[in-house]
Design a protein around this ligand. Structure first.
Ligand SMILES: C[S@@+](CC[C@H](N)C(=O)[O-])C[C@H]1O[C@@H](n2cnc3c(N)ncnc32)[C@H](O)[C@@H]1O
Length: 307
C-alpha cells in the first residue's frame, strides 16, 4: 500500500512538474517560485511579491546565520537559495522532480553557494532520522501529501526538528463547507493526480496531535487569487511558445487551471494558510511575543539581511 502511494506520488510529480523547466519559466517569476506570492503593495508586481514572500517565510522562521534549515518540497530551489544567500543559513531542499533538482543545483553553483546549500532528489519519507534541523519549511507540498498521511508527515517533521525548533507549513486549504465539483474532478484527473485539500482546522489539529505548539496562522487568500491571475496572464502572453513546448491541450488545461484557481480563491471556496508551529519545548523561549520583527524591517530599513 505504502509502495502504491509512493508510485502514485512519483508519477503525479512527473506529470505536473517535469513538463519542462522551460514551460514553467514562461509564466513564473525569475526566482521560479511556484506558490502564493505576498503582495505588500496590493497592486504590486509578481516579481516583487515573490521576493517579499521568500522574506516573509524567512522572517517568520526567524532564520539566523549558522542555523540549519530544511525546505521539504523545495521546487526549483528558490527558498533554500534565498535563505542561504540572504540569511546565512546552511540550507537543504528536497523535491521529487528531477528537472527541478538539475535546475536548482546549477543555480546554486552559479551563486557559488555549494558549501551552504544543496537540493536533492528525495522523497520526504526518506528523511526520517536525519537532522535535527533548527528550522523546517514545507511550502506547497501538503496538497500532495494526502490527508490519511498527515499523522506520519507531521510526526516525521517533528522528528527532524531540534527541541524548540520552528516549522512553517504553507498550503492550500478548502472552505469547511466546500463541495466536490466536476471542475475539481477535471483538475485532479488532468493537473494534480495526487492532489487533496482539507480545511485549516484539520491541519492544525493534525499538527497538535504531534505535540506541535501552534504559534501563528495567517490567511493569504487574496494574495493567491492575484498570484494565479498573474500566472494566467503571463502564460496567455506566451501562448505560442507554450504550445510549442507542451502542445495545445496541456497549454489550454494549464490556462484553465490557473484562471479557475484565481476565481476559486477570490470566491473563498479555497484559501491559503501559513501555519507556524514550534516543536514544543517549555524551556526554550523560541520566538518573540509579538509579530513586530516580522513586519517592521519591511519599513524603510534594508529589506533583506546581508548574510
Ligand atoms: C507546488 S510545488 C512548490 C515548490 C516550492 N516550495 C515553491 O514554493 O516554489 C510542490 C513541491 O513539492 C514536491 N513534492 C511533492 N511530493 C513530494 C514528496 N513526496 N517528496 C518530496 N517532494 C515532494 C514537488 O516535487 C514540488 O517541488
Amino acid at each position: 500500500m505504502m509502495q502504491d502511494r509512493r508510485t502514485l506520488d512519483r508519477s503525479a510529480i512527473e506529470h505536473h512538474y517535469d513538463l519542462s523547466n522551460e514551460f514553467y519559466q514562461l509564466f513564473l517569476d525569475p526566482l521560479m517560485v511556484y506558490t502564493c506570492a505576498y503582495y505588500r503593495d496590493p497592486e504590486g508586481s509578481l516579481e516583487e511579491a515573490q521576493a517579499d514572500k521568500l522574506d516573509l517565510v524567512c522572517r517568520k522562521l526567524r532564520l539566523h546565520p549558522g542555523e540549519t534549515f530544511l525546505d521539504i518540497g523545495c521546487g526549483w530551489g528558490s527558498l533554500a537559495i534565498w535563505a542561504a544567500k540572504h540569511y546565512g543559513v546552511c540550507a537543504r531542499g528536497v523535491t521529487l522532480s528531477s528537472q527541478q533538482v538539475a535546475y536548482a543545483n546549477e543555480w546554486i553553483a552559479r551563486e557559488r553557494l555549494q558549501d551552504v546549500c544543496r537540493v536533492e532528489h528525495r522523497d520526504y519519507r526518506d528523511l526520517v532520522g536525519e537532522g535535527p534541523f533548527d528550522k523546517v519549511s514545507a511550502i506547497g507540498i501538503i496538497e500532495h501529501v494526502g490527508t490519511a498521511n498527515y499523522p506520519a508527515f507531521f510526526s516525521e517533521v517533528h522528528g527532524l526538528l531540534k527541541p524548540g525548533g520552528l516549522f512553517l507549513n504553507h498550503g492550500i486549504t478548502r472552505h469547511r463547507h466546500w463541495k466536490r465539483t466536476p471542475q475539481w474532478d477535471f483538475l485532479i484527473e488532468n493537473v494534480f493526480p495526487n492532489g487533496e485539500l482539507t480545511h485549516v482546522s484539520h491541519i492544525t489539529e493534525a499538527m497538535e496531535e504531534q505535540r506541535f505548539e501552534i504559534l501563528d496562522v495567517e490567511s493569504l487568500r487574496a494574495h493567491y487569487a492575484r498570484t494565479c491571475m498573474h500566472w494566467a496572464l503571463r502564460l496567455k502572453a506566451r501562448e505560442r511558445d507554450a504550445i510549442a513546448l507542451v502542445g495545445e491541450r496541456k497549454y489550454r488545461t494549464w490556462l484553465l487551471y490557473l484562471h479557475s484557481s484565481s476565481v476559486n480563491f477570490e470566491q473563498n471556496s479555497i484559501n491559503l494558510h501559513q501555519v507556524l508551529v514550534a516543536s514544543a519545548d517549555p524551556k526554550a523561549a523560541v520566538v518573540p511575543t509579538t509579530r513586530e520583527e516580522i513586519y517592521h524591517p519591511f519599513e524603510g530599513t534594508p529589506l533583506r539581511r546581508a548574510s
